[in-house]
Each structure stands twice: as structure tokens, then as C-alpha cells.
Ligand binder design. Structure first.
Ligand code: SF4
Length: 489
């Protein structure tokens, strides 16, 4: 009989079929991008738990995860226990972050989360998590009278050593848990039954009727007949329209009837696929590019963020800009390059100084998905107010090159995306990220974080620096080449 854990249950609520496959055929479950980012989140979760323990002076660890803790061990000794584990007779398993015995002999369950608020949305389902833990304890004979979530304090700003009482907030959610308890119990029973089914229909799954954002890594496993350039690639298409097309087995964009209602951008994408031609609005593109003022500064930041702030002045999950690359193109075609990479975890004061010296407050700054860079400029203004005038200039003179690829340059080979990683290989096939040792922002964040924070970092520091610099440099060079390509249309 398969065990059902809290994580399994969350997967079940997302999609029963996906969990069934994972439990029953783990070898065929497609390994998606379980990424560095996910690993980092797990590590950070442990760190937050370690701080949460500091809120309970006399708590004890029950680290034996392999077997459920015996009832007596809990009730006869300490008041607070960390990580005790329990299993019901239907093999529903829970490990409780913090469990406190109250004076009346009932129990207070604490769930530790690395978010800065209680998240009830589909992705997080934190109340369902707390409810799951409560259910397992109740089933094992413990009366739970109080449930709380310990999460990060959004307003916390690190100054010196971290005080767990300031870093964390305890919010009681007993009423919210009670409100969903009977529904969750039914769902837990249904999940247990479902994962123990001998077989399910593996030839199709319900995401055939849902938009791409709902699909999991197993979509192709369950839906083997999805064509290339499928309806799921159409930008911002609604689930209702996916449903209408899927009902008629019109899964390929080329099969969409001419009179099917789509918005202008969607129609353009469909036309691009059907005609195997990019759809380019040259007038709009040149009008946008003509607004730019030389020199053009193609700029890209790399940032580091963590649940527990590592630097005085930072709050949980705030992004510290640790690297910048700027390619500056003058009107006469001269191209110069500036780059800066912090060697330690510190405020990027020297970086901004050098950057300001390089660009001055002149010309237009060009980013891809500029809201990210603009957000970082606003953070930097708060932390280093002496650069406010310069950073405000950048923000007010920033052009987002990605916007061109949202409406005025649509190419079926972008597969419905406007990401630079999809656009670049089509427009400038000579430039590629694939040969780089650092090839995306998450890798950059992880690599830099380990390099400057991990005392056991054993990779070659010079080679690591070079890899980071090459990656960021390619991002801005790619924008230069795409800009030149557009100018030559
Ligand atoms: S693609 Fe959707 S329905 Fe299919 S297994 Fe994944 S989440 Fe479930």
C-alpha cells in the first residue's frame, strides 16, 4: 500500500493522475526541470525551520524519520517536539514541524513556511497542509486544539545578528483549518484510494482541456498525439477555447477553423504557423526603435535572493543585484562593454559608482522584460539613496525590447513565447547559450551564492567568475544583435 504524505496530497489536489503515475510508475515519470531553484527552496526551508526552533527554548528534536514516534515518548517527557512523525492505520504520514503539548493535554500544531504571508492559493495551499497534519495527529489519537503557521516577517530588515522573534511571525489558523477539515478528510481518503488503484487510463488526461500553465511534466506521457505547434502554445488562450478545440480534436494550430474567435495577437500567431512565416509589423517596430536615444545601453542584472536575508539592510526574499553587464552602442556603430561582478555579499555601491561612470545619465537603457530591472532599481534607490538621481534616470529612460515580440514580431518558431531564449536562436542562430557553463539566471544566482557564502566552495573561483561574466555578457550582446536585426528589417 502506498503511503500518502503531505507533499503527495498537495500533488493530488493539483492532479490525481500525475500523482498516480509518480507513485506507481516512478521510472516512467518524466523528469522535468526539478531544478536548482527547487533545491534551493528546500534548503532554505530547512534554514527557516532552524530559526523557528529558536522560538521554543525547551523543544527537543525527534529526528528518527523512519518510524512514527510512540505516543508515550511525547506525552511523558517534554512539552515541545520538533519533527515528530506519525502514520495512520491507512498509511497517511505526517512529520510535524513543531508540536506543543498544551496544559489541558491537547496539542498545538505549528507548520513552518518560508513565505512572508499565509498563502492560500492553488500553488501553496498552506491551510490544506496544516489541515493534513491535523488530520494525521487526530487519527493517531492526539487531540489537536490549536493550529498555527510560522512564516517570515515581511517587514523584517536584517541589522546584525538575526533574532528569530523578529524574523518570524506566528499566525493562528485554527478556525481556517476547522472550516475545511471535513472536505480535506474526504480528499485525503480519496487520494489514498486513488494512488492505490491498480490502473488508470493512461492514454489521456484532463489537461487536454486546460491551458499550458496547468500542464505538468507528464502531459506528453498522457497525451501522445499532441502535434508540434499545438493549440496550447497560443498566447493567453482561454481554457474555454482550448476546450472547444479539444472537443473537436483540433489540437494542431493548423486545424483551427478560420472563423474561430481569437484576439488579434492570437490570430497573428495562428497565421504565422499556418503560413510558416513570421508576421512582422515593420512600421510599428521602426516607430518604437526611432524613439530610442543614443547612446543605447543594453543592460542586464543578475540578482541573489534568499528567505533568510544575508546582508544588513535586506528583508526576506529581496533581490540583491550582484552583477551587471552593459553593452553601449553609439550612433556611429561603436560598441563598448562594461561588466561588474561582486566578490562578496555586500551592497553594490562600488558597482553603481562604476556603472554611472560608464553610462552617465544619457541615452536609453534597453532591457528584456524590463520590469525586473526597474524593480531592482527601485530597491537599490532605497538601499543606496545617493544613487537615486542616476537610478531614476535609468528607470525613466528604459525601453523593454521584449514588447516588440509580444505584438509586432510574431514567429511560429518562438512557440508562443517572447523569451529571449526562444527569440535569439531564431533571429541570430550564430549566438547560443548552450555552450555556457552558466546558462540561466537561476544557475547564476546559485553559483554566485555558493561562491561568496559557502566556506567549503571548492570550485575554481576564477573560472566561476569567468562563467558568470560570460553569461551576463551574452544576455546583453544578444539584445544588441536582436536590435540590429530589427533595424535592418
Ligand atoms: S498534464 Fe495535467 S491532467 Fe495531465 S497529468 Fe499533468 S497535471 Fe495531470
Amino acid at each position: 500500500m502506498h503511503q500518502l504524505t503531505k507533499t503527495d496530497f498537495k500533488y493530488y489536489l493539483d492532479c490525481p493522475e500525475s500523482l498516480w503515475l509518480l507513485k506507481n510508475k516512478p521510472d516512467v515519470y518524466p523528469k522535468g526541470e526539478f531544478s536548482l531553484f527547487a533545491e534551493k527552496l528546500i534548503k532554505e526551508g530547512y534554514e527557516v525551520e532552524a530559526y523557528a526552533k529558536k522560538l521554543f527554548a525547551n523543544g527537543i528534536d525527534l529526528p528518527d524519520y523512519s518510524s512514527p514516534a510512540p505516543l508515550k515518548a511525547l506525552t511523558n517527557s517534554h512539552k515541545v517536539y520538533f519533527q515528530p512523525s506519525f502514520i495512520t492505520n491507512k498509511t497517511v504520514f505526517a512529520r510535524i514541524d513543531v508540536l506543543e503539548r498544551l496544559v489541558d493535554g491537547t496539542w498545538h500544531v505549528y507548520e513552518v513556511k518560508s513565505s512572508t504571508s499565509i498563502k492560500k492559493d492553488r500553488k501553496h495551499r498552506q491551510i490544506e497542509d496544516a489541515c493534513f497534519q491535523t488530520y494525521v495527529l487526530n487519527e493517531c489519537g492526539y487531540t489537536v486544539s490549536k493550529v498555527s503557521i510560522i512564516h517570515l516577517n515581511k517587514t523584517y530588515v536584517k541589522q546584525g545578528s538575526i533574532d528569530a522573534n523578529e524574523l518570524l511571525v506566528i499566525t493562528e489558523v485554527t478556525d481556517a483549518v476547522e472550516g475545511i477539515y471535513s472536505r480535506v478528510v474526504n480528499q485525503i481518503n480519496a487520494a489514498s484510494n486513488f494512488i492505490n488503484k491498480k490502473s488508470i487510463n493512461e492514454t489521456v488526461c484532463s489537461c487536454k482541456y486546460k491551458t499550458r500553465t496547468n500542464h505538468c511534466d507528464a502531459f506528453d506521457y498522457f497525451n501522445t498525439t499532441i502535434p508540434e505547434y499545438s493549440i496550447y502554445e497560443i498566447g493567453r488562450i482561454s481554457a474555454k477555447k482550448i476546450g472547444l478545440l479539444a472537443d473537436n480534436e483540433q489540437l494542431a494550430i493548423i486545424d483551427i477553423p478560420a472563423d474561430f474567435e481569437l484576439n488579434v495577437n492570437q490570430q497573428t500567431q495562428v497565421a504565422s504557423v499556418k503560413e510558416k512565416q513570421p508576421k512582422i509589423n515593420e512600421v510599428n517596430i521602426q516607430r518604437e526603435l526611432d524613439k530610442l536615444r543614443f547612446p543605447l545601453h543594453f543592460i542586464d542584472y543578475e540578482t541573489y535572493a534568499s528567505s533568510i536575508p544575508r546582508l544588513d539592510g535586506l528583508s526576506p526574499h529581496k533581490h540583491l543585484t550582484f552583477q551587471v553587464s552593459i553593452h553601449t552602442l553609439k550612433e556611429d556603430g561603436t560598441l563598448t562593454h562594461f561588466e561588474y561582478l561582486l566578490d562578496t555579499m555586500k551592497m553594490p555601491r562600488d558597482m553603481l559608482q562604476a556603472m554611472q561612470y560608464f553610462t552617465g545619465s544619457t541615452g536609453t537603457f534597453i532591457s528584456w522584460h524590463a520590469s525586473f530591472e526597474i524593480g531592482r532599481n527601485k530597491d537599490l534607490e532605497k538601499w543606496l539613496p545617493q544613487f537615486t538621481t542616476y537610478l531614476t534616470y535609468i528607470t525613466e529612460h528604459t525601453f523593454d525590447l521584449e514588447t516588440i515580440f509580444k505584438k509586432d514580431y510574431i514567429d511560429y518558431r518562438f512557440h508562443g513565447s517572447s523569451s529571449i531564449k526562444k527569440v535569439l536562436p531564431v533571429l541570430c542562430p550564430g549566438i547560443s547559450y548552450s555552450d555556457l557553463n552558466v546558462s540561466n539566471g537561476t544557475m547564476a544566482l546559485d553559483t554566485w551564492g555558493r561562491m561568496v557564502l559557502d566556506p567549503n566552495f571548492d570550485e575554481d573561483i576564477e573560472a566561476t567568475r569567468k562563467n558568470l561574466l560570460e553569461y551576463c555578457k551574452l544576455d546583453t550582446l544578444a539584445m544588441v544583435e536582436i536590435y540590429k536585426f530589427l533595424k535592418e528589417l
